[in-house]
Design a protein around this ligand. Structure first.
Ligand code: 3HC
Length: 301
């Protein structure tokens, strides 16, 4: 089903090579998804060779795991492995039809990434961003061709969650939007078209939930009680486990963006701020059975 407000799908351009800027958690998951579903060359870049090797290595290992489970034939495994490569040089994007950035959530960094990309990609190449909450119109504002910029917002874990928010920014043209929607369909995702508003739609709702729970913990509700408070709503994951999955720094960034836009509706948890300042990966740790437990070192925060 086409999302409401979608442009004519015949405007979509073919995508025969995908570039991914960043080789971190989200970028690597995107690389795996794109190579599996599009079966085209996917190239990851990052600031240094170590990060690139780590990202590409993760994708190759996941392809091996899928082959080990019998979900990929040996031929498919070899083909997909060869299709995923990495580089520290953005010049590798010269013949890409779609480049998606998943770098640090900082407007200036993302604007610079797009400006650098414009210097190497073709004028038709779609520039997509996986930002969680930043204005895509602002991100595209300094470019020669802001009409080829689009939001393509995936959710963690990327392989499993079906939804993608596709964001039309101020200048996005129909061909760009049609291309993003066609790619989303090939990725077997359900795309929804959303407005370029702070944190779009899903993260706004999620941040309200997580915000209330973390603030309850700030006010003295025991962590395990706060963490179980949403259980009656039947969500698939408790809030603190979800915080760890998303990463506290990303969650804090979304919360702060929303706080700036709507201070009354989005107060920011002091515990979340402290957790991120302390460089903690999450309030929870994982035991040997893969179950979450309360980490003593953060419980006292
Ligand atoms: N990565 C990849 N695959 C994963 C995974 C992970 N981290 N965790 C689970 N899976 C896969 C499993 O392998 C399994 O696949 P299979 O059926 O093909 O074997 C499938 O997911 C189901 O896993 P399980 O049966 O082990 O576990 P659950 O049924 O409990 O599902 C879950 C796990 C899908 C992670 C579920 O708990 C869930 O949906 N949690 C909520 C996640 C969520 O809300 N994400 C949104 C975060 S916000 C965001 O990302 C936006 C950003 O901008 C901040």
């Amino acid at each position: 089903k086409r999302p409401a407000g979608a442009p004519d799908k015949s405007l979509a351009r073919p995508v025969t090579k995908v570039g991914i800027v960043g080789a971190g958690l989200m970028a690597s998951q995107l690389a795996l998804l794109f190579v599996r579903r599009l079966e085209v060359p996917v190239v990851l870049t990052d600031l240094d060779a170590e990060r690139v090797d780590k990202g590409v290595g993760w994708v190759h290992a996941e392809i091996d795991k899928l082959a080990g489970k019998g979900r990929l034939s040996p031929d498919a495994r070899n083909k997909l492995t060869a299709l995923v490569t990495g580089s520290t040089d953005k010049a590798v994007f010269a013949d890409a039809d779609l480049v998606i950035e998943a770098v640090f959530e900082e407007m200036k960094v993302k604007q610079q990434v797009f400006a650098d990309l414009e210097a190497v990609v073709s004028p038709e190449c779609v520039l997509a961003t996986n930002t969680s909450s930043l204005s895509i119109t602002d991100m595209a504002s300094g470019l020669r061709h802001p009409e080829r910029v689009v939001g393509f917002h995936f959710f963690n874990p990327v392989a499993v969650l079906p939804l993608v928010e596709v964001v039309r920014a101020g200048a996005t043209d129909d061909a760009t939007l049609a291309t993003a929607l066609a790619v989303g369909k090939t990725l077997k995702k359900s795309c929804v078209l959303v407005k370029d508003a702070p944190a779009f739609v899903v993260n706004r709702v999620l941040t309200r939930f997580i915000g209330e729970i973390t603030r309850a913990a700030d006010e003295g509700t025991p962590l395990d009680v706060a963490d179980n408070a949403l259980a009656p709503l039947g969500l698939p994951m408790s809030p603190f486990v979800l915080l760890q999955l998303v990463g506290p720094a990303v969650a804090l960034h979304v919360a702060e963006t929303l706080h700036d836009a709507y201070p009354e509706r989005f107060p920011v948890s002091e515990n979340l701020r402290r957790l991120v300042a302390a460089g903690k990966p999450g309030i929870w740790s994982w035991n040997e059975q893969g179950k979450p437990y309360l980490d003593e070192s953060t419980a006292a925060l």
